[in-house]
Design a protein around this ligand. Sequence first.
Ligand code: IPE
Ligand code: IPE
Ligand code: MG
Length: 246
Amino acid sequence: MDANVLHPLPANDFPPPAHVAVIMDGNGRWAKARGLPRTAGHKKGADALRGVMQACRDAGVRYLTVYAFSSENWKRPAGEVLDLMQLLKLYIDRETDALYAKGVRLRFIGDRALLAPDVRSMVETAETRTAKNSAFHLTVGLSYGARQELVRAARRLAEAARRGECAPEAISEASFADALDTRDLPDPDLLIRTGGEQRLSNFLLWQSAYTELYFTPVLWPDFTPAHFAHALDEFTRRERRYGNAC
Ligand code: IPE
Ligand code: IPE
Ligand code: MG
């Protein structure tokens, strides 16, 4: 079956997920299938993000968190890393004003210490510019790895304990969550991974403890608002029990 062919979906009255996370995977394969350089896939992927963000807003989803560049992606060839960082700068440069005007708060999660100074400064400027917005929250995982985030959180708490500001026995799920990069975000309700792989690849490991997972073979540059609607529809059919008896 062609995964790109969608069938009409029944309308439903379920509330939408508050927070959708997306592992935007498959850009390289999309480009390869067309005999294009991988960067062409990443470029097209940025367009797909625009469409999905609008689809979120239309559906009443208020938080969208996307995986743009993982801690492990630093291992890719220097040329691809450079292209991705260029593209990211272009995206921030071109989109921040429009995001600001639409009431979007743009944030980045991940290890900033590894970013080049010009990238870090653009990231910080975009965050500051949109900091007072709250109509929609777009969060980008950049140099992000969940294990690294958990280690940074553990260090923060250990340092606070060493300074005598928090007793080790006072560390709770809430205080741990508060030490993560995502401290101001609700946990994702739905996580979509495009590109056919069925794994988390170090994305939001703590936050996705009870997230509903949706995997699709559609490559990210091909992922349209109609595909997104399909994922939302499947989400509404899930029964979330959180460990309770059914
Ligand atoms: C996802 O697409 C984007 C990044 C990881 C930066 P890929 O570049 O991983 O594309 P595939 O998985 O090789 O097709
Ligand atoms: C995950 O995709 C990271 C992003 C989409 C940014 P990868 O392509 O890096 O993941 P693996 O290597 O297939 O697990
Ligand atoms: Mg990939």
